[in-house]
Ligand binder design. Sequence first.
Ligand SMILES: N[C@@H](CCC(=O)N[C@@H](CS)C(=O)NCC(=O)O)C(=O)O
Length: 231
Amino acid sequence: MANAGQLHMLYTCPFCWKVRGLLEHLDIPHERIQVNPMRTKKTLPSAPEWNKVPVWVDSNNEVHVDSTPIMKHIDSIHNGGKLWSSDDEERRDKWMDWVDLHMSKATIPILYGSLGSALKTTTRVSKLEKFGFFSKRLYAWAGFPVMWGIIAKKRVKKDGRTPKKLWHDLLSEFTNQFDGSMFFGGKTPDLVDLAAFGYVRSISPYPQFSQIEDHEAGMNWYRAVEATLKV
Ligand SMILES: N[C@@H](CCC(=O)N[C@@H](CS)C(=O)NCC(=O)O)C(=O)O
């Protein structure tokens, strides 16, 4: 089958993991273009209006931006909108907003919240992303004090909980919504499950993921969503 589109992405970007998970869940053939994090303004097809990843370019060369709208678009074109349809739209909308608000903010504290974890994360990011020769080295050394000392520290302090506790609370709050079902969407995952799954999965390449693996209900859900992917 021909490619349904191109996903312009960064490997380590949580918003890109959301769209990747959906494409793998629906088994949609596509091309992945890993952009140079220092050159998004020059190379993204949505630039200069939109300089963030992910960007989805469909087979008609239409450009789509912003991860949740991209997910809704892909579901509607390639899956008859089944993952977004719901008999309780209020609950669905409320929790999609909740996932995008809270889970998106929780990735930085766990990855960069302590000096050791920030160093591990930036070294790993510099290897996983397609930086240029010099920016790779620059990021590995200059990135971690910025991410740890400025961005993550402020967030952890503001929240007051350890990053692990924050994730455990989020996973409890989310899975408590399932009302005894396996997924937020009931017997099968829906778009809210896949969005939340993307945020959690974006932490999986790092050693800090073991702090999340301690959450039993969260992991049962995570592994069940993972089992639906055609990777
Ligand atoms: N709301 C956007 C957020 C995307 C986003 O912030 N992506 C980051 C990478 S994780 C980015 O491209 N940042 C570059 C910038 O803000 O210039 C989405 O859900 O797609």
